[in-house]
Design a protein. Structure first.
Lengths: 183, 348
């Protein structure tokens, strides 16, 4: 089996795995949107949505960080909705989900292998969170109490692409290992 | 293809390449400035330029509010709590309140009050609010910081001005000082009591933000980034431990030096070779500063606190000096030689 076939099989061939990837993707996307400040508390219990700023859909607030076009209120939450931020969050989340599921399968399919893919994948997802967190709402740094923003900001534009590349590379390596173990 | 068939394409390409006539910057009145800075410059303008850091968002990534809308105090009451922070402005008989929970997302409001164009500016990282006359220019957020403080730019000349310095450090206006106007950092309850007819900036800003949340923490009570003992995020040019980093001070500047006070009492301070008087305003939890070179005695019992600030009690002949609240670490970073009145002891 080729790496590509193994990847396709792993990602969509098994409904349980696909659901798991989707679940992880959604959870990570939620975390990402929360860290960048798009998702937060402040809702007053109801359900409401308005989209008054579609003209700002492409307007950037920072590197790979875009203006919201609408506001969705659901229960205690408020989501300032940017389609591009959401796509980025979901894309990274699905990459992370794919990594974790493939990593799990590689480890359990070949127990003799010392590969530690899931841990590596989680680490690969961190730069994206830092990129979001350090941009406009440096929540992580405030909570950690670290005067790191000055050092972090110059590398900011690279963090999100770096996270995506790391996750993609990790996914391909895992797919090749899975293909090798099943052939 | 014949030459004639090519001609329209060439003409169209030339039209695309031709620069469109742009209005000259001189056609509009530039940002009103004064040549000689009336603030002490502890560093050269080049040193300030070198200390500028990227803050994360790009230019206008934190969008200023350029078409502000207002509602009445009674309408604002439904949205604001008494203890919430607002930035108050009283100019030519008009009172306006700009809620901190809105400005934390925008940092600058380009407004017109009593027919006079003004910019109300707020930097959450240094807890400082200042007002400036702006002429026909608008101020915007450059996305850069110096001493953690907002670096503004003007949209006519693209000059860069650190908010707490009020002097352009880069661009055509380099070395020139902006024309400041007094704004008051206080609570909604206090401002409303002093100015019942005040108009209040509302949430129809033209941008979508979660105005129920402050990404840095909160002021009532102080938490997150605003806690007095919490650490700053960005490097500063000078560090001082005489007060906790985020302790709030009322500061003012003169050509001879700067001074900051933390105590609520009538204070006479010698700055350089002249004297200044600070009069606390318990109603607004702020202070008013006067140049008092002849050391006129202030008759406290005769002081009157009204919409325009303090009057009477010997202040009539004194020149008012602009003052503003800021976090101590930022004040000390911009004005390291500052006098400090009210530090009980050096902070650990």
């Amino acid at each position: 089996m080729t790496a590509l076939a193994a990847l396709r099989n792993a990602l969509v061939g098994r409904p349980r795995d696909a659901a798991l990837i989707g679940g992880i993707g959604l959870a990570y996307a939620g975390l990402y949107l929360w860290v960048i400040g798009d998702l937060g508390p402040g809702g007053e219990g109801g359900l409401a949505a308005r989209f008054p700023a579609w003209e700002r859909v492409w307007q950037a607030r920072g590197p790979l960080y875009f203006e919201p076009v609408g506001l969705i209120e659901a229960g205690p939450w408020i989501w300032t909705f940017s389609p591009l931020n959401t796509l980025l969050a979901l894309g990274l989340g699905l990459l992370l989900g794919g990594n974790l599921v493939l990593g799990w399968r590689v480890r359990h399919g070949a127990s003799h292998c010392a590969w530690r893919a899931p841990g590596g994948s989680l680490l690969a997802a961190l730069p994206a969170l830092l990129a979001g967190g350090a941009c406009c709402a440096p929540m992580l740094l405030i909570w950690l109490g670290l005067p790191l923003a000055g050092a972090l900001i110059p590398v900011l534009p690279w963090l999100l692409p770096l996270a995506a590349l790391l996750l993609l590379a990790s996914l391909l390596i895992l797919a090749r290992r899975l293909a090798a173990s099943t052939s | 293809m014949s030459r004639w068939r090519l001609s329209p394409i060439i003409l169209f390409a030339a039209w695309l390449l031709l620069p469109l006539p742009q209005p000259l910057p001189e056609a509009r009145a530039a940002l009103p400035t004064v040549e000689a800075p009336r603030v002490p410059l502890a560093y050269s303008l080049q040193e300030f330029r070198q200390a500028v850091r990227a803050g994360g968002p790009g230019k206008d990534g934190i969008p200023s509010i350029d078409r502000p809308r207002f509602h009445s105090a009674s309408e604002a009451d439904a949205l604001l709590e008494e203890g919430e922070r607002v930035i108050g402005l009283y100019l030519d008989g008009e009172a306006r309140a700009y809620p901190q929970r809105i400005l934390v997302w925008h940092e600058i409001v380009n407004d017109t009050v009593g027919g006079r164009p003004v910019s109300i500016t707020y930097c959450p990282l240094t807890g400082s609010a200042l007002g400036f006359h702006r002429g026909d220019a608008e101020l915007g957020v450059s996305g850069r910081l110096v001493n953690s403080n907002l670096v503004m730019y003007d949209r006519i000349t693209d000059s860069e001005i650190p908010q707490m310095l009020g002097v352009a450090i880069d661009g055509p206006l380099t070395g020139r000082r902006l024309d400041e106007l007094r704004v008051v950092w206080t609570t909604w309850g206090a401002w409303k009591a002093r100015h019942p007819e005040t108009r209040v900036l509302n949430r129809e800003t033209g941008h979508v933000r979660n105005y129920r949340r402050d990404p840095y923490g909160g002021y009532a009570p102080r938490r997150g980034y605003y806690r007095p003992q919490s650490r700053r995020l960005f490097p500063v040019m000078t560090e001082s431990r005489r007060l906790p980093p985020k302790a709030s001070v009322l500061g003012f500047r003169t050509p001879q030096g700067a001074a900051a006070v933390t105590r609520e009492a009538v204070i006479d301070l010698a700055v350089g070779d002249s004297h200044y008087t600070v009069i606390p305003d318990a109603g607004l939890a702020t202070g008013w500063v006067f140049h008092n070179p002849r050391r006129v005695a202030i008759r406290i019992d005769e002081l009157t606190f009204g919409p325009a600030g303090v009057s009477g009690g010997g202040t009539e002949a004194l020149e008012a000096i602009n003052a503003f609240e800021a976090m101590w670490f930022a004040w000390a970073a911009f004005y390291p030689e500052t006098l400090l009145y009210g530090a009980a002891e050096d902070a650990p």
